[in-house]
Ligand binder design. Sequence first.
Ligand SMILES: CSC[C@H]1O[C@@H](n2cnc3c(O)ncnc32)[C@H](O)[C@@H]1O
Ligand SMILES: [Zn+2]
Length: 424
Amino acid sequence: MLNIVLKGGDVLCADGQVRQTDLAISGSIIAQVGNINETADRIIDCRDKLLIPGFVNTHTHAAMTLFRSYADDMMLMDWLQTKIWPAEENLTGEDVYWGTQLAIAEMLKSGTTCFADMYFFMPEVAKAVAESGIRAVLARGMAGVAPTANQALAESESFYKEWNNGADGRITIMLGPHAPYTCPPDYLKKVTALAEKLKAQIHIHLSETAGEVAECQKQYGKSPIALMNELGVLDHGVLAAHCVHVSSEDIAIMKEKKVRVAHNPGSNMKLASGVAPVPDMLAAGICVGLGTDGAASNNNLDMLEELRLTAMLHKVHRLDPLAIPANKAVDMATCKGAAALGLDHVGKLEPSYKADITILDMKEPHWHPRHDRLSLLTYAANASDVHTVIVNGKVLLDNHQLTTIDQERLLAEVDRRGLRLVKN
Ligand SMILES: CSC[C@H]1O[C@@H](n2cnc3c(O)ncnc32)[C@H](O)[C@@H]1O
Ligand SMILES: [Zn+2]
């Protein structure tokens, strides 16, 4: 007996083609794509709807939703040092739980089924993920500075042991050294040793600003990518956020070490960090997924916006309309994102893949006429088109309504907590 049949939708199939067909879910898995006559517990009419693999947000700091609209229009280092880091000192575990639930609500409502997070109070983040039903790759953010440097390593180890492969396999744990400018070489060697011991992968910010790269050159005589390579960080499976200021030598190292990149165009634009050479990374065969970064530097967690920015930004930057075509950008927002997080059997609508599916309503005027559905998804769609979202075979957004989160209670909690955090 099948659990859910999605009937008669336009399905983005694994070969990149959109076909009108049915899709069946059994447990947490896609059982069949094609004409289905079997009965099921639930049949969802998907005519006039587009079915895509759920978006994979490859880099965020979920609970930073609490700082949305608190500090805008600043450069990264000024923003972190004068506004964000002082405010983060006030965070409690409960704040992070509620801030993460807010992020999850926003992500589900805009079609994201999986996210990679780096933050503090990670057991509370894992609890929010477990309760909501979303999929996530979580890392306890670590900085190699006293007094918390060693505690962060110990917490990362216990977090890995308690939660890796947790919540029915929906949670994967990585190690999260914040960046080369907050984690000195000796500390990164300890992180690398822990990664080796646990067989855990690493999520790190790399080469985000020109200032970071210049400072690294001055201090160590090499780029952040070359320094990470020398320290052995790149030998453990690395998800590198940003990679805006990377040279062709850096790209060659990244390719050789199979570094996967989280491209965050919205955050990079808002913090005036620059434009990552994504077309060059793709041409080199590097796996590049898309991310929002935190809601304090974006200022939302809407992957449809990142999809459109990716398809647009590199065209205008290179003066080349083919720099990143719509179908490539969609692949980066879904399948490549899953690969960037090292997730097998996530990111494609194909039998044996996880049933992580976003269903968009195509009834509004901006979906007509329908010459090319991936063009419409990339250049015309918006989050209010997201109708139903399924993760691991469970319906988490049902006809625009969250099924696992009490939105009214959530909004009351985060409004109160957000204001308290930034009071001087
Ligand atoms: C150690 S937990 C994560 C840490 O990262 C900070 N953060 C948020 N956005 C960015 C960014 O774009 N670059 C670098 N660091 C960032 C966040 O505030 C936490 O302190
Ligand atoms: Zn970040």
